[in-house]
Design a protein around this ligand. Structure first.
Ligand code: GDP
Ligand code: MG
Length: 201
């Protein structure tokens, strides 16, 4: 019964896509939402929603595909986001540098307010033009405790699915951890209140 009730609760996860211009943020988003690759996406900026069953629960995934060429995410976007997909193009070293810098900015927030991040090296189908090795991407992710995938939005749906679902999983894990550590802080506070009172008597 309890499990049933829990499952009926609506869980929402807000995902923000960040990354340099033309790395494939819109391509990944559209691939995930429609399973298709349409080639050209223009400079659309939009929030999309989709409900998926993940880890046995219906999750409403809201996706903010940030505008191409926008270098800095607005405070509003970051406040909205529960998790970030940070995209670069494996054929474009500058886009990897941009991702590295963006990550450093995200990591400046206090640990309790940092959104989980999945780093994505896109355009794997263009490997012969590769400028960023898989190792570089993986190391950056490891050093900053992020998820990491190399994918091709152009070639497969599966990669996009893995990326989004991994981030949903990380967001839910982070929420659970923060909830339980808030619980521990509450217990510590009430215990110290009791001891404080006794000392005062
Ligand atoms: P955004 O500016 O980050 O949203 O990038 P877009 O999604 O608009 O993609 C920029 C360009 O890269 C478009 O011409 C896409 O067709 C192309 N593109 C996106 N993903 C891939 C990919 O995985 N492989 C290849 N070869 N091209 C891609
Ligand atoms: Mg775009």
């Amino acid at each position: 019964m309890v499990v049933e009730n829990q499952n009926q609760q609506r869980v929402e996860v807000n995902i923000l896509l960040l990354g340099a211009r033309h790395v494939g943020k819109s391509a990944l988003t559209v691939r995930f939402l429609t399973r298709r690759f349409i080639g050209e996406y223009g400079d659309i900026e939009s929030v999309y929603s989709r409900v998926d069953r993940i880890d046995g629960q219906d999750i409403c995934i809201n996706i903010w595909d940030s505008q191409a060429g926008q270098d800095s995410a607005s405070a509003k976007q970051l406040q909205w986001a529960d998790g970030v997909i940070l995209v670069y193009d494996i054929c474009d070293a500058a886009s990897f540098q941009a991702a590295r810098q963006r990550l450093a900015l995200l990591r400046r927030k206090p640990a309790s307010a940092r959104p989980p991040v999945v780093i994505v090296g896109n355009k794997r189908d263009l490997a012969r033009h590769r400028r960023v090795s898989g190792e570089e991407g993986r190391l950056l992710a490891l050093s900053q405790r992020c998820g990491f995938f190399e994918v091709s939005a152009a070639e497969t749906y599966h990669g996009a699915l893995l990326v989004f679902h991994r981030l949903v999983h990380l967001v839910r894990e982070t929420r659970a951890l923060r909830k339980s550590s808030a619980g521990v802080r509450g217990i510590v506070r009430s215990v110290s209140a009791v001891f404080g009172k006794k000392r005062a008597e």
